[in-house]
Design a protein around this ligand. Structure first.
Ligand code: UTP
Length: 304
């Protein structure tokens, strides 16, 4: 079963090779993970979240149009020189810090054959260690400590841990969905996963608990991924590999509530942008004034 002394989680895999068809035409020539939320590309928030959780080795799975991703985390000497010459020291420090944020590696997924396939190409880099997977288009509130809690759970029990959140029934067919079982004597957020199904018909869904884009996985997932056949949408699904894994070892769900956006969906992208702008000290007050004025002008609150 699970190892007695779990190894620490120091590596993360960020799949960012999908086609982003729900966000066309913006994603025609750039990955959706590079869409900005206020003034940072989405993937920077994801990398910063991994670093906050104590991870210092990050593998980004890239596809076509990968250049901008690599450039973002690389040095840009021309820009640095330009900023230094003009005394823009804050901006200079910010762009330099990006290149130091973590040890970032890239591997290419030749074809976008699915999330499971994207994770499987990380095998060589990850080796025989537990690792985190953070979807590059899933943004967590910056105060979220979900990943830290998942890693702590893995360290305690040696299990794989998957982030789950309750969603409305009509949204279940967009997610992997779990059959949970309460566990005696552990934190209420933790459940044992008995079954997992990708994009179920809501009538057949085992619960309303859906898998969100954060995972802490044991390396046994790679053997499971080798066994998986193309599933929903003809893609190699990570959900199906987790379904195999949970027959061999304990897989837990970590239940959380708020503060997650799938920025691959336009409505989530807009909400995340507004939320993040409001929380910024430099932009929040002026932006809030604008929103209040807009709401008034459009009569969105009726006569009040
Ligand atoms: P999604 O299913 O949300 O991404 O995958 P997608 O396929 O790009 O989106 P749509 O449905 O066409 O709009 C979740 C994450 O997995 C990555 C995506 O880049 C995204 O971060 N992914 C998906 C891969 O890296 N490779 C794949 O083959 C599929």
């Amino acid at each position: 079963m699970t190892p007695m002394s779990p190894l620490p989680v120091t590596k993360a895999v960020i799949p960012a090779a999908g086609l982003g068809t729900r966000f066309l035409p913006a994603t025609k020539a750039q990955p959706k993970e590079m869409l900005p939320l206020v003034d940072k590309p989405a993937i920077q928030y994801v990398v910063e979240e991994a670093v906050r959780a104590g991870i210092d080795d990050i593998l980004i799975i890239t596809g076509r149009a990968k250049r901008s991703l690599e450039d973002h985390f690389d040095r840009n000497f021309e820009l640095e020189y330009y900023l230094a010459e003009r005394g823009k020291s804050e901006e200079l420090a910010e762009v330099q810090a990006l290149a130091e944020i973590a040890d970032i590696h890239y591997v290419r997924q030749g074809e976008p054959l699915g999330l499971g396939h994207a994770v499987s190409v990380a095998r060589k880099h990850v080796g025989d260690h537990p690792f985190a997977v953070l979807l590059g288009d899933d943004i967590m509130d910056q105060r979220s400590r979900v990943l830290e809690a998942m890693i702590a759970t893995h360290m305690e029990r040696g299990s794989s841990v998957v982030a789950v959140k309750e969603v409305p029934t009509d949204e279940l067919s967009s997610y992997g969905c779990i059959k949970p079982e309460a566990i005696d004597g552990v934190a209420a957020e933790l459940v044992k996963i008995l079954d997992i199904v990708e994009k179920p018909d809501p009538a057949d869904a085992p619960s309303n608990m859906a898998v969100m884009g954060r995972y802490v996985l044991t390396p046994e997932i790679f053997d499971a991924l080798d066994e998986v056949k193309p599933g929903v949408g003809g893609e190699i699904q990570l959900t199906d590999a987790i379904g195999i894994l949970l027959q061999r070892q304990e897989v837990l769900g970590y239940c959380f509530t708020d503060g997650r956006y799938d920025i691959g969906r336009k409505i989530d992208y807009l909400q995340a942008t507004v939320q993040m702008a409001l929380e910024r000290d430099d932009l929040g007050p002026a932006f809030e004034d604008f929103l209040v004025r807009l709401v008034r002008e459009r009569g969105l609150l009726g006569d009040t």
